[in-house]
Ligand binder design. Structure first.
Ligand code: PRP
Length: 213
């Protein structure tokens, strides 16, 4: 019998894409889409254990070895910079991280000439790094969602957030002013699991790498 592998999967939009991708690789994780309230599922045929967690928590479970492998967005991985092995870009969950500001502000206020600005974001570390590289001192306001309303209410000058279709920015009167990062989901792996379960980990990485675009 092969060793059991535990995979941490992110709740939400990415989960459906991940199930499809794994299916192409011949790994059935569709039980993770069951509509009950369970957070852990077993697939005895594949000897897999699947855990469903918040996307921001996936790297933590994998770093501590509570899961051997996981799926995490590049945005989350860069923000947290944990000690993980990242063997594969899965090419799913594509979006971009951008700096945006109110369309009317772009016309009359050149923020790049200012030395201090306020930026609202879910990604304080990436945002701080970005503005530091530009020599701009940014006061970061950490929010947990609905970032786009911060400039409308005068809480910040700009936002750093993810853009997929661009609808949320448009509907809130914001425009992109800078690109920071292209985001896709990555396969991540616990460093100890690489050594303790090398065959199983390698097999999963190889099967998935055969089907990613
Ligand atoms: C994400 C992101 C943007 C929106 C972008 O938010 O933070 O707000 O999606 O998508 P769009 O370009 O297709 O409109 P999410 O839906 O995760 O909710 P949140 O704002 O509460 O984090």
């Amino acid at each position: 019998m092969t060793e059991q592998i535990t995979i941490a999967l992110p709740k939400g939009r990415i989960l459906k894409e991940a199930v499809k991708l794994f299916k192409k690789a011949g790994i059935d994780i569709s039980i993770a889409l069951s509509e009950d309230r369970s957070l852990i599922y077993d697939n005895p045929e594949e000897n897999l254990k699947l855990m469903i967690v918040r996307s921001q928590d996936v790297p933590t479970y994998v770093e501590y070895g509570a899961a051997d492998m996981g799926i995490a967005g590049k945005d989350v991985l860069m923000e947290q910079s944990l000690d993980l092995y990242e063997p594969l870009d899965l090419g799913i969950g594509y979006c971009r991280m951008v700096v945006a500001e109110p369309a009317n502000q772009k016309e009359y206020d050149d923020l790049d000439s200012r030395t201090q600005i306020r930026v609202a974001t879910k990604y304080p570390k990436i945002t701080l790094d970005h503005f530091q590289r530009k020599g701009i001192q940014a006061e970061i306001i950490k929010l947990y969602g609905s970032i786009e309303i911060a400039p409308i209410l005068g809480l910040s000058d700009r936002v750093v957030d993810l853009v997929e279709t661009g609808d949320t920015l448009r509907e809130n009167g914001l425009v992109e002013v800078e690109d920071i990062l292209e985001v896709t989901s990555r396969l991540i792996c616990n460093r100890a699991s690489l050594k303790t379960k090398p065959k199983r980990v390698k097999e999963i990485v190889e099967r998935l790498s055969g089907v990613v675009r």
